[in-house]
Design a protein around this ligand. Structure first.
Ligand SMILES: NC(=O)c1ccc[n+]([C@@H]2O[C@H](COP(=O)([O-])OP(=O)(O)OC[C@H]3O[C@@H](n4cnc5c(N)ncnc54)[C@H](OP(=O)(O)O)[C@@H]3O)[C@@H](O)[C@H]2O)c1
Length: 239
């Protein structure tokens, strides 16, 4: 897809990977609606990404908030070409000591939020697929934790394995409508993720910018060429 004058929605645009993807899309000429809850971080993201970045305060776990956000976006934009379902979080710990709240917030953010945002864009993307053209591209940010189970991240594993299943199902459901679905599986990235999860980051993480560059490569692929899954890892995880 050529990015100039396209419309993108990126969830979790206020920090980390979502900010890096938003910045790259905006610099390539796409209008980017960046969703997140922290208004001041979104304002900083606009200063960083430039005038093509439009902050939209939205809690993606809240059905009415998502409906309101996409209503605003659809009134402001001529098309809806890209959705990056990036917002997500981890709450780690042994399963028998994990609180219900920590379980629920991961399910709500990493799966329910993806469902709500994806459901909001598909009708428009289908309608854009006129006479065998191109409908749009949905990129889901899973994790290597969507492919490999490990101790103490069971709930996070469950959400990211779930996201893999959702992505594969949706990819087969909408590709005949000219809509691409890609699921990415990054290893450790240097972002606020680990601080918020309350665990130390691995010794040699990838940068958000490196992962964003691959996401841009996937989105910029020719229209009849679908990269449906990508796994990324740091070369020397132990440093
Ligand atoms: N960092 C890693 O090592 C790593 C590895 C593999 C995959 N991932 C995945 O990459 C994605 C991005 O994470 P990150 O590493 O960039 O972490 P991050 O810096 O903590 O960013 C998470 C983003 O999600 C947003 N968010 C969280 N809950 C939200 C909600 N209810 N509504 C709207 N936005 C919400 C946050 O914004 P607000 O707080 O402002 O709402 C923030 O912008 C996540 O899906 C994560 O699972 C991360």
């Amino acid at each position: 897809m050529l990015l100039e004058n396209k419309t993108a929605v990126v969830t979790g645009a206020s920090s980390g990977l979502g900010l890096a993807i938003s910045r790259d899309l905006a610099h390539k000429g796409a209008k980017v609606f960046g969703l997140a809850r922290r208004k001041e971080k979104l304002a900083a993201a606009r200063a960083d990404a430039g005038a093509n970045f439009v902050p939209v305060v939205c809690d993606i776990t809240d059905e009415s908030d998502v409906a309101r956000a996409f209503d605003v976006i659809q009134k402001a934009a001529d098309s809806l070409d890209i959705l990056v379902n990036n917002a997500g979080l981890g709450r780690f710990g042994a399963l028998d000591s994990l609180s219900l709240e920590d379980w629920d917030v991961q399910m709500a953010t990493n799966l329910r939020g993806v469902f709500l945002c994806t459901r909001a864009v598909i009708p428009t993307m289908k309608a854009q697929n006129v006479s065998g053209g191109f409908g749009g591209h949905i990129v889901n940010v899973a994790s290597v934790a969507g492919l490999l189970g490990n101790p103490n991240i069971g709930a996070y594993n469950a959400t990211k394995f779930g996201l893999r299943g959702l992505s594969e199902s949706l990819m087969k459901e909408v590709r005949a409508d000219g809509i691409k679905v890609t699921c990415i599986y990054p290893g450790s990235i240097e972002t606020e993720f680990f601080e918020r999860a309350g665990v130390p980051i691995s010794a040699n993480p990838m940068t958000a910018q490196d992962v964003a560059s691959t996401v841009l490569h996937v989105i910029e692929a020719p229209d009849n060429y679908l990269i449906s899954e990508v796994m990324m890892r740091p070369l020397r995880p132990a440093g």
